[in-house]
Design a protein around this ligand. Sequence first.
Ligand code: MLT
Ligand code: MN
Ligand code: ZN
Length: 305
Amino acid sequence: MKILVLGSAAGGGFPQWNCNCHNCAGVRAGDPRFRARTQSSIAISADGVHWALINASPDILAQLKQHPELQPARMLRDSGISAVILVDAQIDHTTGLFMLRERASQLPVWCTEPVHQDLTTGNPVFGVLQHFCGVDWHPLRADPPTPFSLPELPDLRFTPVALASQPPPFSPRRGRAHREDNIGLLVEDLRSSRKLFYAPGLGAIEPHLDEFLAQADCIMVDGTFWTDDEMIRLGLSRKTAREIGHLPQSGGDGMIARLSPYASARRILIHINNTNPILDSASHERRMLQNADIEVAFDGMKIEL
Ligand code: MLT
Ligand code: MN
Ligand code: ZN
């Protein structure tokens, strides 16, 4: 399978429009240690023609311009995007759906029932799209994990896995988390049996995740924050990383330590917040990742599994 990283940053992107932190100032100044990144999204294909878009970033139009392989140009109006899979209802993963409104037929979107609820109430993206191409919603079940395939990508099998999380701030259920507010995806290429585990929002590695992480050849997971109090220390938020559903990388029970049992897989951090010191390629924190053999995703990164 082919995996294309369209956007590797968390919500806000890198640099974030209103931020003058060390990293955002560095990338704006053109310092080569920093590389700009758009908001979180990947595309997956078995044949290189039909693609599943996993999350629709507000930066999607710029991302598609960067990747002509997503435009097969078989007819006057066309796209390589066969379907969209959403891992949550967050703004950075869903508002790009508006940009796909010119589609000639309903847009196939796969997401859980709670995500569908948020996208028809708190942030009614699906309701708005009904006035354009419309949405052909396919409910997916992550609890228990229930595999599914996309008609145009028959060689790939997707297994959604429920993750501990919070619904987005605009959700009518805010504070009353549901198991399926946020999911991880195990994607298996049925021809080669090679597997990707993808979870850009991962607040905790719970015991039920072990079997999915252990069988993956490539693990792409939450790279949002380095420390739990990163945003608090900068005076930018009152909430810890864990409180908003992101496991920080550092510390004895952080992501680096929790990924160590899976060292036979290629391990990549994605959905990186602009405040995270790993965005500075010369930082001590980036060196710690390199020593742990963990990679940092960048826009345009291509992975062949
Ligand atoms: C998150 O994953 O917590 C989001 O990036 C927040 C946001 O988009 O505002
Ligand atoms: Mn996000
Ligand atoms: Zn910043």
